[in-house]
Design a protein around this ligand. Structure first.
Ligand code: NAD
Length: 481
């Protein structure tokens, strides 16, 4: 099959980069080129921003209810195409189709429905004085730039797009160059259901060219970026120089902390899910597993058996639990960490090698889920973000030690704590230096709650009212009575 040709979506129309240059979009499960995308430059970004700027008056002229209705229509259209979108997402990322059907696409739909409801019900304040009244107007920022990574492509793009549009902004999105197809589908959908031309634009291409040009563009009033910490530092420095509003959702090295009083089977299942969902490529994955010493051996034996039993292979397979990693280059990086772990004194407890798979997956970027013990919690393997199916496991003796190990990294995105002691759950959750803590669960998501990290995991919060606040600016009006 010849590769699909994906265009930039600018002013409601799909078109190539001005230079005519393209990039290949490779399916990591097979190595096949499934699409080409525009290799956009600053010129294409400028076109998209101009389209977004010229749509501002039309879009902010729609009432809140009309914009919310459009978001609901987008959700309905995504839902009608759920199966097709799940296949595209799997093709681009290598993830199991079943995972995309169960999580990525349903949550993308939920994002549009949720923010449609959120703006319908949003309120602003009034502050009375003896002789005057203040009231707060909430206005869209204008045109916002949304930059997203490859691990949850549509899920994260809709997490930003839905509140940005619902609050009246126009958007220029720059999805990851490795996962363009569902962003292109979203752009078509928004236009098909009646989004005015220029309200939602997508520019495909590389980060240092297309992404950087978007962050630099003087007419882009806000940047919401999700991606790696190193890239986030560049984006942050660039956006701050021109005082653009900024939200950064960055990397993680999250701890799963299991106390001896936890329900062992639930904790093993939770740790396996936290470690290896989406091939370990979720920013929230629990890649450091801390287990209280009395249950360490038992826990590790059970977990290793579970991990060894995970089904890796054909992303379309009904029983597949892990598909391919995002790319061969990324698998090389992850394998480099498995070698480093062994140099650092670690022992492979499960996985550690590539699975042997039949054609057409024999050349895919697959890796068996890997569990490593025997490492110092301070070593590189246990402190650097690997972003793959690799979990290191470490024993601890006291609550204080667990907290100290958990907090001993530069990241602070999320953690999960497994215990049946309620007081301990409160104490440990409070002491962990992270933006989010799950107790006896992992990745339970309520779209109203604050989402984001501390330390090198990011700046700012998104979700519910936090997103509405990020994509708007409040203006106070004071009237003398
Ligand atoms: P990345 O930082 O390499 O790329 C993210 C996006 O930024 C891509 O679209 C890329 O093209 C673009 N980009 C690259 N350089 C740029 C520049 N100079 N200016 C503007 N844009 C630029 O990240 P990735 O490899 O795609 O994704 C994996 C990372 O994302 C991991 O570190 C993971 O933890 C993180 N992540 C964080 C969250 C969160 O919510 N905190 C969620 C998902 C992923």
């Amino acid at each position: 099959m010849s590769p699909r040709i994906v265009g930039n979506h600018i002013g409601g129309v799909n078109r190539p980069a001005r230079s005519g240059r393209t990039l290949d979009n490779v399916a990591p499960a097979t190595g096949a080129v499934v699409a080409t995308i525009p290799d956009s430059s600053a010129e294409d970004v400028a076109d998209a921003v101009a389209a977004a700027q010229s749509a501002r008056d039309v879009w902010s002229g729609w009432t809140t209810a009309e914009r919310a209705d459009l978001c609901d229509a987008v959700a309905d259209a995504l839902e009608a195409r759920l199966d097709e979108l799940a296949v595209l997402e799997s093709q681009d990322t290598g993830k199991p189709v079943s995972l995309a059907r169960r999580i990525d696409i349903p949550r993308s739909i939920a994002n549009f429905r949720f923010f449609a409801g959120a703006v319908r019900h949003s309120q602003t304040g009034a502050h009375e004085m003896a002789d005057a009244i203040n009231y707060t107007l909430r206005r869209p920022l204008g045109t916002v730039g949304l930059i997203t990574p490859w691990n949850l492509p549509l899920y994260l793009l809709t997490w930003k797009t839905a509140p940005a549009l619902a609050t009246g902004n126009t958007v220029v999105a720059k999805p990851s160059e490795m996962t363009p197809q569902t962003a292109a589908a979203l752009a078509d959908i928004i236009t098909e259901v009646g989004g005015p031309p220029g309200v939602f634009n997508v520019v495909h291409g590389l980060g240092p060219s297309a992404g950087q040009a978007l962050v630099e563009h003087p007419s882009v009033a806000g940047i919401s970026f999700t991606g790696g910490t190193q890239t986030g530092a560049i984006v942050g420095a660039t956006a701050s120089r021109r005082f653009a509003k900024l939200s950064l959702e960055l990397g993680g090295k999250n701890a799963t902390v299991v106390f001896a009083d936890a329900d062992l089977d639930e904790a093993v299942a939770g740790a396996a899910r936290a470690g290896f969902t989406n091939q370990g490529q979720v920013c929230l994955c629990g890649s450091r597993l801390l287990v209280e010493r009395p249950i360490y051996e038992d826990f590790v034996t059970k977990l290793a058996a579970r991990v060894e039993g995970m089904v890796v292979g054909d992303p379309a397979g009904a029983n597949t639990e892990l598909g391919a990693l995002i790319s061969h280059a990324h698998r090389d990086k992850v394998e480099g960490y498995i070698q480093l772990a062994q140099q650092e004194g670690g022992t492979l407890l499960a996985g550690g090698s590539r699975p042997s798979l039949p054609s057409p997956f024999s050349g895919g970027a697959f890796l068996r889920p890997t569990l490593i013990g025997g490492l110092s919690p301070a070593c590189r393997t246990a402190t650097e973000e690997i972003f793959g199916p690799v979990v290191t496991v470490h024993p601890f003796d006291t609550e204080e030690e667990a907290i100290q190990i958990a907090n001993g990294v530069r990241y602070g995105l999320a953690a999960s704590v497994w215990t049946q002691d309620l007081k301990r759950a409160h104490r440990v959750s409070t002491a962990l230096d992270t933006g989010m803590v799950w107790v006896n669960c992992w990745l339970k998501r309520d779209l109203r709650v604050p989402f984001g990290g501390v330390k090198d995991s990011g700046v700012g919060r998104e979700g519910g009212a936090y997103s509405l606040s990020f994509y708007t600016q409040d203006k106070n009006v004071c009237i003398q009575l």
